[in-house]
Design a protein around this ligand. Sequence first.
Ligand SMILES: *Cc1c(COP(=O)(O)O)cnc(C)c1O
Length: 489
Amino acid sequence: MADQDFPLIFELSQESRTGFSLPDLDVPEMDAEDMIGSSFVRNKAADLPEVSELQIMRHYTALSKRNHGVDSGFYPLGSCTMKYNPKMNEDVARLTGFSHIHPYQASETVQGALHLLYDLQQSLVSITGMDTVTLQPAAGAHGEWTGLMMIRAYHEANGDYGRTKVIVPDSAHGTNPASATVAGFEAVTVKSDERGLVDLEDLRRVVDEQTAALMLTNPNTLGLFEEDIEEMAAVVHEAGGKLYYDGANLNAILGYARPGDMGFDVVHLNLHKTFTGPHGGGGPGSGPVGVSAELEPYLPKPILTKVNNQYQFDYDRPKSIGRVKPYYGNFGINVRAYTYIRTMGPEGLKKVSEYAVINANYMMRRLQEQYELPFDRHCKHEFILSGKRQKKMGVRTLDIAKRLLDFGYHPPTIYFPINVEEALMIEPTETESKETLDAFVEAMIQISNEAKDNPEIVQEAPHSTIVSRMDETQAARKPVLSYKKGETE
Ligand SMILES: *Cc1c(COP(=O)(O)O)cnc(C)c1O
């Protein structure tokens, strides 16, 4: 699949070649030092690549073709919900009334945008069953931290300063213990039992008067619905703790169950997963947080209110934890989520979780002969396999993931969750057809057969990509992200 027309040459610069033409200067020339001060004036021309317009066009187009995105192929990356992002959302987000406004504009001049945010908040209130929602947090983990800061403020307002611990199951998303730590709590682990669900005995053991909250990822990272939520809620609430729902993966229960009805005090959502915000490359995202009435006074400020049919921001919030983001959240992602919710409607949203769950169960059952299924029970939107059997034949889960590239797929999440050996975490999403799911299953079956008959082909994969195995540590620790003349090749 290597692009023949684009060899691996990165340095295309030729002295004096240009790809731009600027109009002649038609204003009086000014002295740069007078304008910006001498310390900011370059004394040497910047080392920029000197290339023609056609070269630069081909360069970026070729790079874009090497990228695997959800618009180019199946992307079953567990936990990330790489579903299709309808292009209509993009059209709406680009309407000039939304894209050309400024956060410093007076609220009277942006009533339409505020109306949209207000309605989105109300929709998320109905979807989650919480009393109020803030749209400020910019990502899931940011929402977690915001929620925990509100829980802390709540306890402190009650004079309850001894609640220093946040309980996090070992099947939680990795951001949960991290957010608890960043919010100044001690993260205490509670174990899963042989069902893959929170071990209630262990929970009773760790909950005490120091418990600030339990953070529950549901469905958990094994893709399983926590069946004992009511008991868990009772144990934590009786001890005076609050219940936090990690709802990043709400696409598993949308329209069927609501965290508010389960007794949760705080929930965050990932609009850039469940509600079709694109989320490649690390953002921007949106991680709204819903709270029960008891926690409402602590919401980040300002909050958006509707008074006499006018939308405005209320800054008079003495108990607020303060602002958690400049301006009012990632507005463009919120527009996309709003568009998605309105185009799907309540019935459509219900279908989303139906299909997400049916697709995952279908694939899980088709693959369980070849791959070990550590928790043999119905899954929600994603499922976990283990590559243990293949490992005995000398083929690691990493090799399986690399081999999938040869079939044109983005691999699933691997080696996570950490409580499953050689884990493969597969999330098909609801937007894929049965043909796509079947083709992926066939590829996985073929790889499993290769592991038996021809392990080298898997161990040495990928064979079809422009570079094969990379030094992933170096790529993460020392990425080369900018052009430096003569240093890239
Ligand atoms: C993705 C995810 C998060 C973190 O969301 P970010 O937007 O990446 O910070 C938290 N919890 C769960 C269950 C997730 O899947």
